[in-house]
Design a protein around this ligand. Structure first.
Ligand code: SUG
Length: 447
């Protein structure tokens, strides 16, 4: 067996809610204040994993974060008992409480950037947790993400873990959402493609309305840390006009796998140059670029359907499947284009529709929910196997969700001390199921 791609999906946390926290993410802003259903969200996530598993793909899970983040609320000056901290935050700063309850870590594509061993100078898999400085609710993720990744990929002879980049604007890093790898086969050296929103040090175009969440300087730093060959790295700027219509990450407007890059024709500042650079870095054979014309699907339709946030995966047959959100089927222009795509001469032969509605309403589609990790058989054997998805784990996590998750959550519920107890109970059970050891602040107190 040569190297394979394993999709690590973020489990949805117990406090999944709609607080409109992500500026520039239109779905999140539109859903602000609506009632969420954490149980349905978690079930949908598990179902998507099951669909990929049943397609014969390798699937694994990443744990959610501890929420409410009591350590952060205390750091921000709320004191007393846990109930008093929650009540104080709800009374005087409900936005902070909402941020400290966000289940945004479900979007594992943002958790880290990962470079497979075939691309790195020391022949290990390299991980850099994203600093996610764009908003408080995400900026508090990296410490637990780092602990979870170290608990899963513990063997230092195979896995290298870096600290998140400095948490300042010039190094704004949102992880694999802006990172794509092209390769002839997973185990061969690939081209790592970094897409940034703006450069902190070079002048150049920048979005006017919404923030650019990835900086060129961050991408370059990650490439250096991972020991990548500069000749096999391409950095390209995302089209800032598209950021201003809601394309807050590259994975909202492009998706790649193996030799295929599917992208909107306006995805990058200079799409023709990007294609040229990628081909030059890749060498032979020719890459397959599938550019979607604006005349067929405009940027707004791409954002609302999340067409480009599909997962592009290689099946055992060698053919590729596109795992799309059901919103793609509901959009006539998008669905019509997808049906035509299957008739074309590309490796993409199959469409699989998934329901991740609860995540979509916060701006996260199928691809946001997963972190791709390419592993050799030896690396696969070296990781914590309890996170690998199979029928027994699917059943165990399904029962865990039914036991611990509410089916309705409003902003007012976030201050409920019972929710904190339920959430900690759930996470304690989960670290047992996944054999992670203590990774959460509440488990580490006094450790
Ligand atoms: O960071 N939504 C996430 C969605 C991330 C999607 N990920 C990728 N495209 N890879 C974000 O914007 C909304 C949370 C809220 O509003 O409560 C949020 O953070």
């Amino acid at each position: 067996m040569s190297a394979i791609e394993v999709n690590f999906d973020g489990l949805v946390g117990t406090t999944h809610s709609y607080a409109g926290l992500a500026f520039g993410n239109l779905a999140s802003q539109r859903s602000a204040g609506s009632v969420s259903n954490p149980r349905a969200a978690a079930r949908q996530g598990l179902r998507k994993m099951k669909v990929l598993h049943d397609l014969g793909l390798s699937q694994a899970v990443l744990p959610p974060q501890e929420r409410p983040a009591m350590d952060v609320l205390r750091q921000l000056g709320f004191g007393g008992s846990d109930a008093a901290v929650l009540a104080g935050a709800a009374r005087s700063a409900p936005q902070l409480l909402a941020a400290c309850c966000s289940a945004a870590s479900m979007w594992a594509a943002n958790s880290a950037t990962v470079s497979p061993s075939a691309d790195t100078a020391d022949g290990r898999v390299h991980f850099t947790p994203a600093n996610l400085i764009s908003g408080l609710h995400r900026a508090i993720e990296p410490p637990t993400t780092a602990r979870a990744l170290r608990a899963i990929f513990a063997d230092p002879s195979h896995f290298a873990h870096h600290a998140p980049l400095p948490a300042v604007e010039p190094f704004a890093d949102e992880g694999a959402a802006n990172h794509t790898r092209l390769c002839s086969e997973y185990g061969a050296a690939g081209v790592e493609f970094f897409v940034y929103g703006k450069s902190a040090f070079d002048s150049g175009p920048a979005p006017k309305r919404y923030p650019a969440r990835q900086s060129l300087e961050a991408s370059r730093a990650v490439a250096r840390l991972h020991g990548l060959d500069a000749r096999r790295c391409v950095c390209a700027q995302q089209n800032p006009r598209l950021i201003d219509v809601g394309v807050f990450h590259n994975d909202v407007i492009a998706v790649g796998n193996a030799q295929v890059l599917l992208h909107h024709e306006r995805a990058f500042v200079d799409c023709a140059a990007v294609q040229r650079q990628l081909q030059q870095a890749f060498g032979e054979p020719p890459l397959c670029f599938v550019a979607v014309p604006e005349a067929r699907i405009d940027a707004a339709q791409a954002v609302s359907s999340y067409l480009f946030n599909s997962q592009l995966v290689t099946l055992a047959s060698g053919e590729m499947a596109l795992i799309v959100a059901q919103e793609c089927r509901r959009s006539p222009p998008v669905w019509c284009w997808l049906e035509e795509l299957l008739e074309r001469q590309t490796p993409i032969r199959r469409l699989v529709v998934t329901d991740v509605t609860e995540s979509m309403r916060n701006g996260g589609g199928p691809a946001c929910l997963r972190l791709r990790v390419v592993l050799t058989p030896a690396q696969l054997a070296a990781l914590n196997a309890s996170v690998l998805f199979d029928e027994p784990l699917f059943a165990a996590l399904g029962a865990w969700v039914e036991r611990n998750y509410r089916d309705r959550l409003t902003a007012a519920d976030l201050a409920d001390p019972a929710l904190l107890v339920e959430s900690r109970t759930a996470l304690d059970e989960l670290t047992g199921i996944l054999r992670l050891g203590p990774i959460y602040p509440f488990q580490l107190v006094g450790a």
